[in-house]
Unconditional design. Sequence first.
Length: 363
Amino acid sequence: MAHRRPTQSEVARLAGTSTAVVSYVLNNGPRPVSEETRNRVLAAIAHTGYRPNNLARALVSGKSAALGLIVPDLANPFLAQLAQCFEREFFERGYCLLVGDSQDDLEHEIAVVETMLRQQVDGLVWYSVDQPPPLDVIATSNVPAVILNATESQRIQQKNAEAGRLICVATDERAHAQMATEHLISHGCTRIAHLGGPHTRLNSRERSRGWRDALRQAGLEPAGHCTAPFSREGGFAAASTLSEFKPDGVVVGNEMQAIGLLAALAGTGISIPDDIAIIALNGTDGAEFTVPSLSAIHLSAQDLAHDVVEALLGGNNTENTGQKNNENEESRTVAPVVAHAHLIGRASCGCNEKYEDTNEYRD
């Protein structure tokens, strides 16, 4: 037999007050409650084990105190670390975070987004499989959204500025790849290859452009370029092709590919970094623990999560989100959030000691 849940009315009777006062205590307003009454209500809540029904509150208020995060692959250490940072930031503001993994499948991603919207989430943070993301999925909703991998951020921003609902994250993938390549050049590498992601991805193409920019500016010819899925398996499988280029340095599209590449080269007699220096993009804390430790461009995940949440919610908590008047809507900033990044050199590129470039690379 199912156990009956305690009700707000029972809390009110035990505390000797009204259900409205119980609601004021739970919601920190909108009317003040004396300290004595508040303590009675809190004691009654503890005694009965009452917990607010957020679903019922969402039906009445249109607010769920929940936000949605959609990513293409939670097995990706960078995205997992980012999700953790988002959860922490949202939780501190009284929100529950619902996380959806689109599994690198656009149809599944659209289904996840629609499911989030049916759950009446108060906002979406979305890293799409596709670029540009299929914004028509959210076009008819009033839910604000942050697009983590938007393309043509300014155009999208201006197009949606009137609604004040869309916030883009500006990440200069091209500049990050250029910085990584320049770091290998600073170690004396002259035959630098690039292991990129799928050529259909805009971020892959941007990283490739940055690699070529650095080589051109240094008067060097590319040693070779190949593509693979953004996975450990993709990096492992690409090792044989990269070896054919006979590079002395490789710029790798992401940390997972680099881990796979290091594993594949470990049994070949090739010495890292003496024979081939390696640096990756989108490194995480785990880069410290590869063998050898992996040099990488690191996006500041915690700073990015904080800036995104501030842009999405501002100073709002669960009680005032969505209660914007027309004047506030018109004045709300929709400027892109800038993703900050810095380079950490470790053993894989030839840095004898851990080297951290404190310069922040951004748009």
